[in-house]
Ligand binder design. Structure first.
Ligand code: SAM
Length: 306
């Protein structure tokens, strides 16, 4: 459910900060975020898809917007595709989690800065890459944000955003969510999981804010327009994940109906592996042939003129 159309930008940013601060600790487990080979391979593929090729292209200084716990950028640093990373987010809690993970992974070239995307506290022309994953749809004034991305990029620098919900994909995701709710009681019995104490979930701050954090779902043309208005060249918009996302939403829905510690490890392993397998089917068979708007996630890239 998106934020109310009458919500002010300040309210949306405040809700995003509180929601993500509350979610930070459990975020990686909830979304199956991986910092090993699988996670690195996922983000490498996203970067290549967004850029339309260029596997192995490296960026000396990168700025991430809405870094969260570091899924996109820390994996790219581990792969050696980013040299120095400045990770930013409106939520101090998410960035604290990112800093802990960076330290545990032994990554030294990582700074964190708490800031929102529409006003960036950086000098003009400071970065070779501005990137983000699943963040644009939370930002109230995207025209302002894209102008900032361009300002802080060096000439010929690139922007890459992935994981943005497409309008059509967002509607499609409602089906597996509904299906997941229907089969959840049977699923719990089959895997031996305990039903979740609903009152506890409903009372948590994160749960009550969940419906207010999203501001946009995009058609590919919306993103192309934003890039063009901000004055970027070499604009690309693509789509990814259809089967994997439908399956993923179904899995998350049934799992969220159970007490987390009662979901068997064997099930969690199956869920993760089946999701990864469907991602491969999407990448190899569907993404090259179907139009971008059909997919759940959109990826964009562009270049600042030289
Ligand atoms: C869906 S999470 C994605 C996190 C991470 N990029 C990932 O893919 O796992 C969105 C992130 O954007 C941040 N965010 C929301 N609104 C923002 C804004 N206006 N400026 C900067 N970051 C924002 C949130 O705090 C959150 O960490």
């Amino acid at each position: 459910m998106p934020a109310s159309p009458t919500a002010t930008p300040e309210h949306i940013k405040d809700v995003n900060t509180r929601y993500h601060d509350a979610a930070a600790h459990e975020y990686d487990a909830k979304w199956g975020i991986d910092f090993g080979d699988i996670g690195q391979d996922q983000v490498r593929q996203k970067l290549v898809k967004a850029l339309g090729g260029g596997d192995g292209q490296t960026f000396d200084a990168a700025l991430e917007i809405g870094s969260g716990t570091g899924y996109f950028s820390l994996n790219l640093v581990q792969l050696g595709l980013i040299g120095k990373l400045t990770a930013t987010d409106i939520s101090p809690g998410m960035l604290a989690q990112l800093a802990t993970t960076a330290k545990a992974l032994g990554l030294e070239s990582v700074d964190t800065v708490v800031t929102e995307a529409e006003t960036l506290p950086f000098e003009d022309e400071s970065f070779d890459l501005v990137l983000g994953h699943a963040v644009l749809h939370h930002i109230p004034d995207l025209g302002r944000a894209f102008a900032e991305f361009k300002r802080v990029l060096r000439p010929s620098g690139s922007i890459v955003f992935a994981g943005e919900p497409s309008r059509y994909g967002d509607r499609l995701a409602a089906l597996p969510k509904r299906g997941g709710m229907l089969v959840a009681p049977v699923w719990r019995r089959l895997v031996g999981a305990r039903g979740r104490a609903v009152a506890e979930v409903d009372q948590s701050e994160g749960h009550s804010l969940e419906g207010e954090v999203d501001v946009h779902a995009f058609a590919p043309a919306d993103l192309r327009r934003l890039l063009e208005r901000a004055g970027f060249d070499d604009r690309r918009v693509g789509g990814e994940e259809l089967l994997a996302n439908a399956w993923g939403w179904g899995l998350r829905t049934v799992e969220s109906s159970a007490e987390p510690d009662s979901v068997p490890l064997r099930w969690r392993r199956f869920a993760f592996q089946s999701y990864i397998a469907l991602q491969k089917v999407d990448t190899r068979l569907l993404e090259p042939h179907l139009p971008a708007e059909l997919f759940y996630n959109l990826l964009v890239s562009a270049r600042k003129p030289a």
